[in-house]
Design a protein around this ligand. Structure first.
Ligand code: KIV
Ligand code: ZN
Length: 529
């Protein structure tokens, strides 16, 4: 097997800043999507991938191509669209997985197959039911096959942090001999402790004879809240790729948070003299998009992207901030793309200014979508005196989701208050036909959802109903997230309106539209009763 370097990311990183360059591998669309409830449609994955690319993410793990037709399609569509980042698909150490990954990645300008197998005694015995010899042979076979199909191959030793060192080193050496140019060491169960994990990386660097032919990567889970700390210590010990996710989403307690890794490296350059290629001004936008799509709210005190991350409440802090922002601020909000609630537009703003503002916020809409979003902006401006960036983001995110939907909310009339039951009358457009229904409920949202269900019967359960005020004030838009689950399928829908009940109806209908798409992949069904 040739030992020629075949890692385009490494090659480009080298030209930027030699060995101080940290490759950022984002797995929001793969490990992130494995969070229970974090289901994303193909269109949503494409939108996220485009933001990740604009942000300068080096490698985008777009999915696990063999997992489902949806995963395959997502990897393949992202492979067609993304040009600058390397697009990657995960694959187990099976021929079918690796071939499917290669097929999905076929259109990519820059591609990587990421193949993995567990190497810890517990995983090999209990999960794989394979001997270490069989696992070792599978490493050689899987990496060799992947390398025949793709120049850039990453190999991961699942549960690496709990693997025996001699066996781990033997597998790594063989993976490199077979052609892997990135060796990823996962702390799969988030068990490692920073110094211990750094020692593991140093041990690998010292003991694997051909390790200089590969880049060491780390993939840390956050079960003990140590994922970011473990990743950064690993970098100090010699790792040069970090795998992470936006907002830290991922299996169980999640993965290392991309925004924390990137901003720690940038802010503590004195201690971490490394560089990433990330345009940090896109961080807030990416965080909001991932939160909106997955329905996973970001906690207020979350580092970097939480609503309070740059807020100063105590008088003494505010006083210090006015004298010198450095007193209490170690990063500038604008460096993560947090624009202070800008009063952006009013009802007299024209279409040209609207388009320009959206472009500043990172949205390039086609003519039809722009026209519809502009009409909604005008309607919003009639109801709400001041329109902020956040309002536009919520409005456009809502609009983008509803384009091409088979079911649309046309009208809603609700009677509620101090009465035993609320009553809702809903008018929907279903495949072009107008349909109306009335229903009662214990409150206005319940009545509205009951009326919608009369028109679109389903057996899905509502597993999340969440309301978030986009800005301050009683005229704020409500951003509602609804999660539905049916036969193991999960979908999220969002809606934004100044009327909370209408926003709820839109979110519910968006979720139903997504459910229909998922259902139809298996069996096309009649839409309405
Ligand atoms: O956590 C893990 O071990 C993984 C591997 C597939 C890289 O996600
Ligand atoms: Zn993982």
């Amino acid at each position: 097997m040739s030992a020629e370097p075949a890692n385009p990311v490494a090659a480009s990183a080298q030209t930027v800043a030699a060995e101080d360059r940290i490759i950022i591998f984002d797995t929001t669309l793969r490990d992130g999507e494995q969070s229970p409830g974090a289901s994303m449609t193909v269109a949503e994955k494409i939108r996220i991938a485009q933001v990740l690319e604009e942000m300068g993410i080096d490698v985008i793990e777009a999915g696990f191509a063999i997992a489902s037709p949806g995963d395959f399609q997502a990897v393949s569509e992202i492979a067609k669209k993304v040009k600058n980042s390397v697009v990657c698909s995960l694959a187990r150490a099976h021929r079918a997985d690796i071939e499917r990954a290669a097929e999905a990645l076929e259109p990519a300008a820059r591609k990587r197959i990421h193949t993995f197998i567990a190497t810890s005694p517990l995983h090999m015995r209990a999960k794989l039911q394979m001997t270490p010899e069989q696992v070792h042979q599978a490493v050689i076979d899987s990496v060799s096959l992947a390398r025949r199909l793709c120049d850039d191959v990453e190999w991961s030793c699942e549960d690496g942090s709990r693997s025996e060192h001699d066996f781990l080193c033997q597998c790594i050496e063989s993976a490199i001999d077979a052609g892997a140019r990135t060796i990823n060491i996962p702390d799969t169960v988030g068990y490692a402790y920073p110094e211990e994990f750094a020692d593991l990386i140093r041990m690998i660097k010292n003991r694997v004879p051909n390790i200089d032919q590969a880049i060491i990567s780390v993939h840390c889970h956050n079960d003990l809240g140590l994922a970011v700390a473990n990743s950064l210590r690993a970098v100090e010990a010699g790792a040069r790729q970090i795998e992470c996710t936006v907002n830290g989403i991922g299996e169980r307690a999640g993965n290392a948070a991309m925004e924390e890794i990137v901003m720690a490296i940038r802010t503590r350059h004195d201690l971490l003299p490394y560089h990433t290629g990330i345009v940090t001004q896109h961080i807030t936008r990416a965080s909001r998009l991932v939160s909106a799509v997955t329905g996973f709210a970001v906690q207020n005190n979350k580092a970097i992207v939480g609503a309070n991350a740059f807020a100063h409440e105590a008088g003494i802090h505010q006083d210090g901030m006015l004298k010198d922002a450095g007193t209490y601020e170690i990063m500038r909000p604008e460096d993560v793309g947090l624009v202070r609630s800008n009063l952006v537009m009013g009802k007299h703003s024209g279409r040209h200014a609207f388009r320009k503002k959206l472009a500043e916020l990172g949205y390039e809409l086609g003519d039809n979508a722009l026209a519809e979003a502009f009409a909604r902006f005008k309607a919003l401006a009639d109801k709400k005196k001041e329109i902020f960036d956040e309002d536009l983001i919520a409005l456009v995110d809502d609009e983008i989701q509803t384009i091409d939907q088979r079911i649309k909310v046309l009208d809603l009339d609700v009677h509620c208050g101090a009465r035993p039951k609320s009553l809702a009358r809903v008018v929907l457009e279903i495949d072009g036909a107008e349909r109306a229904a009335e229903a009662e409920g214990s409150g206005p949202v319940d009545a509205t959802f009951n009326a919608i269900q009369k028109l679109v019967p389903h057996t899905a359960t509502l597993s999340l109903f969440q309301i978030h005020a986009v800005t301050e004030g009683t005229d704020a838009q409500a951003e509602v997230t609804v999660r539905l689950e049916e036969n193991g399928k999960t979908v999220n829908g969002q809606g934004a309106e100044t009327d909370t009940i209408l926003a709820s109806a839109r979110a519910y209908v968006t979720a139903l539209n997504k459910l229909l798409v998922k259902r139809e992949r298996t069996a096309p069904a009649a839409l309405s009763a």
